[in-house]
Design a binder for this molecule. Structure first.
Ligand SMILES: [Zn+2]
Ligand SMILES: [Zn+2]
Length: 313
């Protein structure tokens, strides 16, 4: 996997993933006195070496890093942040809502708490036990990010390509952000905007993640049509069409889940109906929590105004 010079002062470095998508991209934007790194790859053996090799290919030393910015806290994005911060002295920056999510995940018993959520959703106990094990394995890969500084929506980092602006895009995670190089019409989109993939939107305490995701789609439609640099897959174009398609798909999913819920099905039964095949333990957890997120949003919307109809035409 060879690094790509997107344009002078902006690099994409693809890094291997142990499972799931084929690779995860990290990006580097040049500042006056060094480089800003966006995301850090999975914290599993070998990936940090690949990143070091990618940096060397681009002529960048770890000591040149001035900021380590995270689109969100998932381990394929923040995995190597502590090591890179130690190597460079650069601060790690993350949206506070994802710092809170990380705290929840790193608190002892988080996989068991996820299991309770699945049982309450009507999942079979033996499947839940397998999912809890899979969650515990994944949760162990989340890096502690003690001392990370907050990313503030609307703040900008100076680069040689103009300001790099932080846009809060919750849904996939409550503190997900995209980075907008407005002068170059480039959007570094994390896991929020992926080519041909509906982002996973699950459940996080205190959030209506699905509703937040619908709001995010509306917010992204106000960004002047950019080149999209995603975390997984290759750069692509067509943000506004992507938002419209994804919004239509989101509303279709909500209607389908709402109809099945009205028939009296539990979230686990709805998941079985929608997927109609055996899911691996971790995927089962993702599928059930996706359905739960939609039910939670439907319940909230029922007690408020019908927000999703108001949001996007
Ligand atoms: Zn993610
Ligand atoms: Zn990812």
């Amino acid at each position: 996997m060879t690094p790509e010079l997107i344009e002078p002062g902006l690099w994409r470095i693809p890094l291997p993933m142990p499972s799931g998508p084929a690779f995860v991209n990290v990006y580097l934007a040049r500042s006056e006195d060094g480089w800003i790194l966006i995301d850090t790859g999975f914290g599993v053996p070998g990936v940090l070496d690949e990143l070091a090799a990618g940096l060397a290919y681009a002529g960048i030393a770890p000591a040149d890093l001035r900021q380590i910015l995270l689109t969100h806290v998932h381990p394929d994005h923040g995995g190597n942040a502590p090591q890179l911060a130690a190597m460079s002295g650069a601060p790690i920056r993350l949206h506070p809502a994802d710092a809170e999510l990380l705290e929840w995940i790193l608190r002892p018993g988080s996989a068991a708490r996820m299991g309770e959520r699945l049982l309450a959703a009507g999942a079979e106990p033996d499947k839940v036990a397998e999912s809890v094990e899979a969650c515990a394995r994944l949760f162990a890969l989340f890096p502690p990010l003690d001392g990370a500084l907050p990313l503030v929506p609307g703040e900008s980092f100076e680069t040689v390509l103009g300001p790099l602006e932080v846009i809060h895009t919750p849904g996939h995670s409550p503190g997900h952000v995209c980075f907008h190089l407005q002068d170059r019409r480039v959007l570094i989109s994390g896991d929020t905007v992926l080519d041909g993939i509906f982002p996973n939107v699950g459940v996080v305490d205190g959030h209506d993640c699905f509703g937040e995701f619908l709001d995010t789609l509306g917010r992204l439609q106000t960004v002047p049509e950019p080149r999209i640099l995603p975390s997984h897959g290759l750069p692509f174009e067509g943000l506004h069409a992507w938002c419209a398609r994804t919004n239509a798909e989101a509303l279709k999913r909500l209607r389908r889940v709402g109809k099945l819920r009205d028939e009296g099905l539990t979230a686990a039964a709805i998941t079985r109906r929608l997927w109609d095949r055996d899911l691996r333990p971790f995927d089962l957890q993702l599928a059930i929590t996706t359905v739960l997120a939609q039910i939670l949003h439907l319940d909230r919307s029922a007690t408020e105004q019908p927000r999703e109809q108001l949001r996007i035409s």
